[in-house]
Design a protein around this ligand. Structure first.
Ligand code: PMP
Length: 559
């Protein structure tokens, strides 16, 4: 086993150490979105390419040499995963596309098989949508009922309240080992024990756990444990479904087709392959599975206690530094158990902060984190998440805090000072002024600042006008648009959003359309306008789609 040395460890991740060359100012890339997916070490990247250059063939099907090599490499990874989580047998390791597909498989196969009307499924309120929606769908089909377990003050599932929910009608209990928002280790030993006492099946979502601490499924004695390779340095499109053999044997197939059959006949009943192949229909992500073994051996070569220690140091450092920023409010007051910190910035929309940080080359996550029920429970619309990996550094945290303070101070200063923009009077001139202004600023962070400043020009829309009818659907943040037409057929628009960046984008779009007739609106070349502002290439696809949704709404209102 190798000692863990942070600087050397970081060197294994080419995307982390390289400067992001697309970035206009050649600013560093600071990647703090590891909870969404981790970066990949060079051995995984190389192996992926090596597979296609030297081994590529389909698995299990042919009797030629390449197929044998591919199958051996593919099955070797299953062995690695078995050992990684201490499963009893390779038969208990099923390949899927990811955590989401693993849960869908369990819900569709086992859920359909065992659930009847009135039966109960218990979920934690903090579950990721991947561990909510498949159960909602199956509950609808079977008449089963979903019961929701709440949290204690530390952000973990409240075990006392959970115990009260469990009855002899409880058939399935689903819980994340660690929530992707709250970052606290749930009391899954107690959860599993209680579920067992009524004979309920336990499904543990380990998506956020496997990258940060070792998991022993036999010690846990859970029925199912699911996770994704891409959150632990492996390729995307590879997931694991661990299930106890006896349960998997008894479950009907999920998808059907090649590989999962024994005999297919039109005369007799089609029969199915043995485990694990019964659940692996069609050609799998062979190169991904093969390269995943490299991710496992890569991470297992280091002393895991040293990695955990470093992750904890990063977490403490970041938590304390964020704590000093006046506007920061943590979602959970306790120190997180994994290096994932979630918070809001008082008085600011989380998307605004994340977009501003992006303009400094810092990638963090904002929004509901695929945990809308949790957002509702916490009474927030979304939050920010800094999620770290052992290749992150203290210097990166310092840079994050420096940029965050810059953004917050900038905001403060610009509130004091007059807008750098003159207020745009005539709308015919508005788009010209904007184009002129944008042509003078070259870097994305300056443009971004101008967009935020533009947002201040937008009058707030009366609350009564913010409703379902005026809502712009397709926008990641909330945004509303109201139109009116005068006797000459000229349209005027009012708009608003809960995010400053969207308010700025609304000013830009409205400058193109406000005060025009329907004909002029339809004819206006909006793509060329965006092009001249150098806008779309810098916006994330979801932001870009948001802008297009504003355009679509205007066009449909004026048709
Ligand atoms: N569960 C949790 C706790 C997660 O964090 C995620 C990924 N954000 C998922 C499930 C879904 O994982 P995947 O998208 O890889 O299927």
């Amino acid at each position: 086993m190798k000692p863990f040395e942070p600087k050397q460890f970081r060197q294994h991740f080419p995307l982390v150490v390289s400067t992001n060359s697309k970035n206009e100012k050649l600013m560093p890339l600071v990647y703090f979105d590891n909870g969404a997916t981790t970066q990949k070490p060079d051995c995984v990247i190389d192996n992926y390419q090596y597979f296609y250059q030297n081994i590529n063939a389909n698995v299990h099907r042919a009797s030629h040499l390449l197929s044998t090599k591919a199958t051996t490499a593919y099955e070797h990874t299953r062995e690695s995963v078995k050992s990684f989580i201490n499963a009893k047998s390779n038969k208990e390791i099923i390949w899927t596309k990811g955590t989401t597909e693993s849960i869908n498989l369990i819900a569709a196969s086992l859920g359909k098989q065992i659930l009847n009307a009135g039966d109960e499924i218990i979920l934690a309120v903090s579950e990721h949508h991947a561990n909510v929606v498949p159960w909602q769908l199956i509950a609808e089909q079977t008449g089963a009922k979903i019961k929701v377990a709440i949290l204690d003050a530390t952000g973990k599932l409240d075990i006392n309240e959970f115990n009260k929910l469990v009855t002899n009608k409880t058939k399935i209990v689903c819980c994340a080992h660690v929530s992707n928002v709250l970052a606290k280790i749930n009391p899954i030993n107690e959860i599993i024990k209680k579920a067992k006492s009524v004979g309920a099946i336990t499904v543990i979502d380990g998506a956020q756990a496997v990258a940060h601490f070792s998991v022993d499924v036999q010690a846990l004695d859970c029925d199912f444990y699911v996770f994704s390779a891409h959150k632990m340095y492996g390729p995307t499109g590879v997931g694991v479904l661990y299930g106890k053999q006896a349960l998997l044997e008894a479950m009907p197939p999920y998808q059907s087709g090649g590989e999962m059959i024994k005999v297919v006949s039109f005369k007799e009943q089609t029969t199915f392959n043995s485990l694990p192949f019964k659940f692996e229909a069609g050609t799998p992500n062979i190169a991904g599975v093969v390269a995943y073994a490299k991710a496992i051996s890569f991470i297992r070569q280091f002393d895991s206690a040293e990695i955990t220690d470093y992750e904890q140091q990063l977490t403490h450092y970041c938590y304390q530094a964020l704590n000093k920023v006046f506007e920061v409010e943590f979602i959970v007051d306790e120190m997180p158990d994994i290096p994932v910190i979630t918070f809001i910035i008082k008085g600011h929309h989380n998307h605004d902060i994340a977009t501003s940080l992006d303009s400094f080359g810092i990638a963090i996550r904002s929004g509901h984190h695929c945990a809308m029920p949790l957002m509702e429970y916490l009474n927030i619309s979304g939050c920010l998440r800094v999620s770290m990996a052992p290749y992150n550094t203290f210097a990166e945290i310092d840079y994050l805090i420096e940029c965050l303070n810059k953004i917050l101070n900038q905001e403060h200063d610009s509130l004091q000072e007059e807008l750098s923009f003159q207020c745009i009077e005539s709308n015919e001139a508005a788009s010209v002024v904007i184009i002129d202004k944008f042509s003078k600023v070259k870097s994305w962070d300056s443009r971004h600042r101008e967009i935020m400043l533009l947002g201040k020009q937008l009058n707030r829309l009366d609350k009564n006008l913010r409703d379902e009818q005026t809502l712009i659907s397709g926008c990641e943040s909330l945004a509303w648009l109201v139109s009116s037409k005068n006797s000459q057929g000229v349209f005027n628009f009012q708009a608003d959003s809960d995010a400053k960046i969207i308010r700025g984008l609304l000013v830009i779009v409205l400058a193109a359309y406000d005060g025009k007739t329907a004909e002029k609106i339809q004819l206006f070349n909006i793509e060329a306008y965006f092009e001249s502002l150098g806008l779309m290439q810098h916006l994330s696809p979801s932001r870009g789609n948001g802008v297009l949704a504003i355009v679509d709404k205007i066009k449909s209102l004026t048709l």
